[in-house]
Design a protein around this ligand. Structure first.
Ligand SMILES: *[C@@H]1O[C@H](CO)[C@@H](O)[C@H](O)[C@H]1NC(C)=O
Ligand SMILES: *[C@@H]1O[C@H](CO)[C@@H](O)[C@H](O)[C@H]1NC(C)=O
Length: 272
């Protein structure tokens, strides 16, 4: 069993590694990536905006933003953290106050300025971070003609989409698959938000596969197997999820299922 597990792990790592640093839509300044979190520092007061603790908290705010406003044509990535502070809040945990900007990688390319409070609760069992967020210009966002066209094209049940490896091992995403990739990133944000702590920094790595499900509802229904990368542990974490979307209904995540890396593992990382 142990041997199998090890082998399995090696095989998956070898198979995955070329596909990792791939997204054509960089998140944040690549230079920031060189700041490796040797240990998770718990800095207090003013933080260096480009360093890991500030970026990690901003990433959580970004997941929150994507769960609220993401779509197949709208997915936000971190552009820059401008200002960050952290403080202990009584017995309640640690609160990060952030000033940052985000880019819409979906289609508009627009840059929004945001501020957020991110609270990592200090509880025995994992509880998700609490986010309060305000972004300038979010109110003006409404569903776009391309969202409507995409919806009309795919809502008909005899055109079920299925695909795998988005992006592929060359880092490429076909034009047709981009909205499905963006939707996967938004749906994965629901998981990444829920699972985040001060000891993680999750990013979407790849869609292993996606298949469209039949439904009687007026929602596109997509089953994804996604690979998330935790920058802190450098682990790749597998989740299956079922997501629905329509221009009016927005993105919802109906089911999530953590996929153990080894057959005998039983609990997701956040349960540790
Ligand atoms: C990847 O996409 C680029 C253009 O975006 C293209 O030049 C290249 O040939 C593609 N590679 C593969 C293997 O599809
Ligand atoms: C989707 O990808 C995962 C991970 O590579 C694999 O285990 C699973 O069998 C795939 N599912 C389908 C339906 O292809």
């Amino acid at each position: 069993m142990e041997m199998f597990c090890l082998l399995w792990l090696l095989v998956s790592l070898v198979r995955l590694s070329p596909a990792l640093p791939v997204s054509q839509e960089p998140e944040g300044n690549p230079a920031d990536r060189s700041v490796t979190p040797a240990a998770v520092e718990m800095a207090t007061g003013d933080l260096v905006p480009t360093h890991f603790p500030a970026r990690r908290a901003a990433q959580v705010a970004l997941h929150h933003l994507n769960t609220r406003h993401g779509s197949p044509f709208r997915v936000f990535g971190l552009q820059q953290v401008h200002k960050a502070t952290a403080e202990d809040v009584g017995t309640g945990g640690r609160k990060y106050s952030l000033d940052f900007s985000v880019t819409d990688y979906g289609s508009s390319g627009s840059v929004l300025r945001c501020s957020a409070d991110v609270l990592f609760p200090r509880t025995e069992k994992h509880s998700p971070p609490e986010v309060q967020l305000h972004c300038e210009g979010l109110q003006q966002i409404s569903s776009s003609p391309e969202e409507e066209a995409f919806y009309q094209k795919h809502i008909s049940p005899d055109s079920a989409v299925s695909a795998h490896d988005i992006p592929d091992s060359y880092g490429n995403i076909s034009q047709d698959m981009k909205p499905f990739w963006h939707l996967a990133r938004v749906a994965a944000s629901f998981i990444m938000l829920r699972e985040s702590s001060e000891n993680t920094e999750y990013n979407m790595a790849q869609v292993a596969n996606v298949s469209q499900q039949e439904t009687s509802e007026k929602q596109l229904m997509l089953k994804y197997h996604v690979l998330l990368h935790d920058f802190v542990s450098q682990e790749i974490i597998h989740w299956k999820l079922l997501s629905s979307w329509s221009p009016d209904g927005g993105v919802r995540v109906l089911e999530t299922e953590w996929q153990p890396k080894c057959p005998h593992a039983t609990k997701p990382p956040s349960a540790n």
